[in-house]
Ligand binder design. Structure first.
Ligand SMILES: NC(=O)c1ccc[n+]([C@@H]2O[C@H](COP(=O)([O-])OP(=O)(O)OC[C@H]3O[C@@H](n4cnc5c(N)ncnc54)[C@H](OP(=O)(O)O)[C@@H]3O)[C@@H](O)[C@H]2O)c1
Length: 252
């Protein structure tokens, strides 16, 4: 039997580590040709080599998606080199926590530029291709999966601007879902809880220290990749609108 995503093309942002890397590998295993986009080329090349060893197709794009042109180019090059775009996984993100009072403004700017604007640049550039894929592909359906967070559902002390960006991702996703669902572009939101990736490591040492006891049990990046794979492999008439997924021991 052919794998479900055979003949389809997926673009994964933030594919150089964590959830993005696991998702790109999982989609390739389902038969999708994948574009791996992020800034660290060496990581992307290593992942691409692993996918090709398994008989898959991977395109490496060194891209900083906070730059509108680079985000737009990532979509355009995917379509030019792999022929189409059926699936966009808007995953790249950064989480810089800590009290709002006295927070370094560049941290807030970085989160808005990546988690909000970077995602929007990719979504905007991808939409015409996703709408076309939903019309003319063998599956006649296309997917945009936006990665939010538990922090996109509930704001808590110290999450302030990270929570703002993820609430924004949720609002955009729901509005877009309503706009395009009858055209068979499925827009889905994934809201992970604590997952063992590099995400927290970008925080200032004093913040890292204060949040280290907040995180107990963690999921693996593969657990989230599994949820994303489930979303994009549903039959045409089924859309998974939203998945909130926590490690079992995470209470809040
Ligand atoms: N881990 C968790 O507990 C958790 C929980 C809830 C939600 N999430 C969300 O899951 C998503 C993935 O995060 P992760 O946990 O897998 O963390 P991660 O391992 O730190 O991955 C983040 C990815 O984003 C990429 N990235 C950062 N800046 C970028 C830029 N300017 N342009 C393009 N790519 C950029 C990074 O690659 P380069 O540095 O190579 O560019 C990396 O591949 C994020 O949206 C995060 O908010 C994670």
């Amino acid at each position: 039997m052919k794998p479900v995503l055979d003949g389809t093309v997926a673009l994964v942002t933030g594919a150089s580590s964590g959830i993005g890397a696991a998702t790109a590998a999982a989609l390739a295993a389902q038969g999708a040709a994948v574009t791996l986009a992020a800034r660290r080329r060496d990581r992307l090349e290593a992942l691409a080599a692993g996918i090709r060893d398994q008989g898959g197709t991977a395109l490496v794009l060194e891209s900083d998606i906070t730059d509108e042109q680079q985000a737009t180019d990532a979509v355009a090059r995917t379509v030019a080199e792999l022929g189409r775009l059926d699936t966009l996984i808007n995953n790249a993100g950064v989480m810089l926590l800590g009290p709002a009072a006295g927070a370094p403004l560049p941290e807030w700017q970085q989160m808005v530029e990546l988690n909000v604007l970077g995602l929007l640049y990719c979504a905007h550039a991808a939409l015409p291709h996703l709408l076309r894929a939903a019309e003319d592909s063998p599956r006649r359906v296309a997917d945009m999966v936006n990665i939010s967070s538990v922090a996109g559902r509930v704001a808590r002390t110290g999450n302030n601007v990270y929570s703002l960006t993820k609430h924004g991702v949720g609002a955009f996703s729901e509005s877009l879902r309503q706009e395009v669902t009858r055209r068979y572009v499925r827009v889905s939101l994934v809201e992970p809880g604590a997952t063992a990736t590099e995400l927290a490591s970008h925080n200032r040492p004093e913040v890292l220290q204060s949040i280290s006891n907040q995180f107990g049990q963690r999921m693996e990046a593969d657990d989230i990749a599994d949820a994303i794979t489930y979303i994009v492999t549903r039959p045409r008439h089924v859309t998974i609108n939203e998945i909130l997924i926590r490690p079992t021991e995470q209470e809040r």
